[in-house]
Design a protein around this ligand. Structure first.
Ligand code: NAI
Length: 722
């Protein structure tokens, strides 16, 4: 697991785990690492130590499954892990021999904390490598000394943003920031430089340590003065003040990790490193056992990995590959899809009604790539090669032999049927046809197809280049084969899929609309719009329900509701329909028209439209923020539960990921189904019943949910997942 060799009296410790694809800190590797270190410490012929890895990555961090296992039941075990790491890393820097981290690839979390314990850090400049302490993005904090060593090494102003944002940086940037000391271009050079440094520094000291004049022992300095000033200095006060304000604005108290990180640094930098590490350990346990950490690790790390690997793919279908893609409609969505597909190396025929219209789609791809180059991403040559893969066209013949054709023409049933009939015969023998419709049921659209088993929904989100999710919709007749082709394609373009069954609004639009609809309910009840918007943001949604309605467009909301009315899926009295109608009739169509629930003056700012007070006069007594937050969240969760029970959504993971990635359901809850577990199923049912009694049956828990609560089940997978 840790290869041990002796090179010119230097012990070379090469991480080389076989039980996991990447080197991680876990129950097996931690003791093995410590044993290898002890061997080097106690060998009098060893004059220095180099820590490196035999794999492409250095160490990817702590094993998150280990953290999740202990999350809700075992705080003592959690403290043990942190104490163990601290003992080992502190051991490295006080062992009396020089220790160099030869960082040959990605070093994250605990992996980089090991490097911080070394006296010197040299990294290989590899394009794929990233370095950093991303714990905060998983609801955690660096529990292996990261919050203590990074600020002592870099100073508060540089270290705090790295800790609070969890940014992963390239080796080059790591050098510029001072996170590493040297950068090299080959593995040979990495070892050479490490050996040379050891030769030149026989008894190094960390900047936060000193030698006890009496005993000669290495101990932590009492008077901590990191670069840039101490915690209690005017600079420190300013940095902490700004940091706390920023954290509160961003997290609204929903995520405990960032504040805990600030506390670790503030308290830890007033004492020596040993006591600082104890402080960090205490905060680590607090956040590592929090519900937010559980949700984030479960859904946004382990779950996301599973989805990206293709858990939903029918296993019995051999791998497929889209070698030629056709897109119908070069508008906003078609152009975006062409851009991501070409970016993954797939030749694309982008067809519109004229070559000029199709060319605009290609221009869009070029513009996105140019912007990326301005931000330092990609090269002009690469961009040119990508753009060259897109062929604008107005000819059906150019679609010949496409493995997949995606239609993204106007949202119009008749037009979609027409383009399906025209283009389908051009498909390769086993090719499939997909619709990017956002609202029209897939099984209905498939009626225009001669091969409905080869017809599927691929619902992309706007802007396609930024939105990671693709909602894959299975129509009644969609075959496993078509699903496999669609999922292989989504994987190839590096997006994350969820698979849902056909239904009005599918999963994402159906549940997301309940958020905007509840905002509108509140408005009609006389709740102050400012309060409504704050409640949404405080609940952890990225934008308030009224602002997001403007972004979607009130006109579109009205049109869709009107269509549902005609289809008999909605009644005239529906609140969202009535509210949208009222606004649209007054010319307030949404953000694009610069007039919706908000006014949008030219300078990018927005203000709630004063006219709202006349249309929906606020009542004298206003509800509490907590009540509003619950209404906005519970409404979405109950709709998600119904989607699950109706079989629209097939797994807890799809529901959780879909809700987070499609419309920004708060990650600290783990997603729209995990929310039930987050508040506890008994509490959830009780509160949902209370809301239903007070505001309407839309909040009423289902019978199955009630039964689950009675049985004390807290997880959908075990009870409802088929
Ligand atoms: P858009 O209006 O920007 O583009 C539609 C394009 O289709 C236009 O360039 C038009 O010239 C072209 N077109 C019309 N008839 C055609 C034909 N017979 N053959 C080839 N091209 C034809 O529309 P957008 O926003 O790109 O939407 C396209 C589809 O994607 C719609 O079904 C929409 O519901 C769906 N969608 C839209 C999202 C959005 O945020 N805009 C999100 C997800 C799905």
């Amino acid at each position: 697991m840790i290869d041990y060799s002796n090179v010119h009296s230097v012990a070379l410790l090469g991480w080389n785990m076989t039980s996991t694809p990447m080197n991680v800190l876990n129950d097996d590797s931690i003791p093995a690492f410590e044993a290898a270190l002890q061997r080097a410490y106690s060998d009098p012929t060893v004059k220095g130590i180099v820590i490196t890895s035999a794999k492409n990555e250095f160490i990817a961090g702590a094993d998150l499954k280990m953290i999740l296992r202990n999350n809700d039941k075992n705080p003592a075990e959690m403290l043990k892990v942190s104490a163990e790491l601290n003992r080992i890393f502190r051991g490295i820097e006080t062992c009396g021999k020089p220790v160099v981290a030869a960082i040959n690839g990605t070093a994250l979390g605990g992996g980089y904390e090991a490097c911080l314990g070394c006296h010197h850090r040299i990294a290989l400049d590899s394009p794929k490598a990233v370095i950093g302490l991303p714990e905060v993005t998983l609801g955690l904090l660096p529990g292996g000394g990261g919050t203590q060593r990074l600020p002592r090494l870099l100073g508060l102003e540089t270290a705090l943003p790295l800790l609070l944002e969890g940014r992963r940086v390239s080796p080059k940037e790591a050098l510029a920031l001072g996170m590493i000391d040297e950068l090299v271009t080959s593995r040979e050079e990495l070892l050479e430089k490490a050996l040379a440094w050891i030769e030149a520094n026989p008894s190094p000291l960390q900047p936060w340590d000193e030698r006890d004049p009496k005993t000669g022992q290495i101990v932590g300095k009492e008077n901590v003065r990191p670069p840039g000033g101490a915690v209690q200095s005017p600079t420190g006060a300013r940095v902490f003040g700004a940091g706390t304000a920023m954290v509160m604005e961003k997290t609204r108290g929903n995520y405990p990790a960032p504040i805990a990180i600030l506390s670790c640094v503030y308290e830890g930098l007033q004492v020596n490193i040993d006591r600082g590490l104890v402080i960090e350990g205490r905060y680590f346990v607090q956040v590592a056992t929090s519900k937010a950490a559980k949700g984030l690790i479960q859904t946004m790390f382990l779950g996301l990995n599973e989805a990206n690997k293709g858990v939903s793919r029918p296993k019995h279908i051999p791998p497929t590959d889209v070698k030629k893609l056709g897109i119908l409609g070069a508008g906003m969505m078609g152009a975006g899809i062409a851009y991501v597909a070409a970016g993954a190396g797939i030749p694309v025929v982008l067809k519109d009604v004229s070559v000029e219209a199709a060319g605009k789609g290609k221009d869009y791809a070029r513009a996105v790539l140019e912007k990326a180059i301005e931000r330092g991403k990609g090269t002009p040559e690469k961009a040119e090669a990508t753009v060259r893969l897109i062929t604008p066209s107005a000819e059906l013949a150019d679609l010949q032999d496409c493995d997949l054709i995606i239609e993204a023409v106007f949202e119009n049933r008749a037009l979609k049927a027409q383009v399906t009939r025209e283009a389908e015969p051009k498909l390769a023998e086993n090719g499939i046809f997909a619709s990017n419709t956002s609202t029209l049921p897939i099984s209905g659209l498939a009626m225009a197809s001669a091969r409905p088993d080869h017809f599927i929904g691929l619902h992309f989100f706007s802007p396609v280049d930024k939105m990671q999710l693709v909602e894959v919709i299975r129509g009644r007749q969609t075959s496993d084969y078509a699903l496999a082709v669609a999922l292989d394609f989504v994987k190839k373009i590096r997006k994350t899929p969820i698979v849902v069954n056909d239904s009005r609004g599918f999963f994402t639009s159906r549940v997301f609309t309940t958020y905007t609809a509840e905002g509108m309910e509140l408005l009609t009840e006389g709740v102050n719009p400012v309060l409504i918007e704050n409640a949404g943001k405080n609940a952890g949604m990225p934008v308030g329900p009224l602002a997001v309605s403007d972004e979607v467009s009130l006109e579109l909301i009205y049109k869709i509701a009107d269509q549902s009315l005609q289809d008999g899926a909605l009644t005239e009295g529906d609140t969202a329909y009535q509210v949208a109608k009222k606004l649209v009739e007054r010319g307030r169509l949404g953000k694009k028209a610069k007039a919706g629930f908000y006014d949008y003056p030219a300078n990018e700012s927005k203000y709630l439209w004063p006219g709202l007070h006349d249309l929906f006069p606020p009542t004298d007594r206003q509800p509490s923020l907590e009540e509003l937050k619950n209404r906005l969240l519970y409404r979405q969760v109950m709709e998600t539960v119904r989607c699950f029970e109706e079989g629209v959504i097939r797994s807890q993971l799809d529901a959780d990921l879909g809700s987070i990635l499609a419309w920004g359901f708060p990650t600290y809850t783990g997603g729209a189904l995990s929310f039930v577990d987050y508040v506890g199923i008994t509490n959830f049912v009780r509160e949902a019943d209370r809301l239903a009694d007070a505001y309407g049956e839309r909040f009423r828990p289902t019978q199955r949910l009630r039964a689950m609560a009675e049985r004390g089940e807290n997880h959908f997978k075990h009870s409802l997942h088929s």
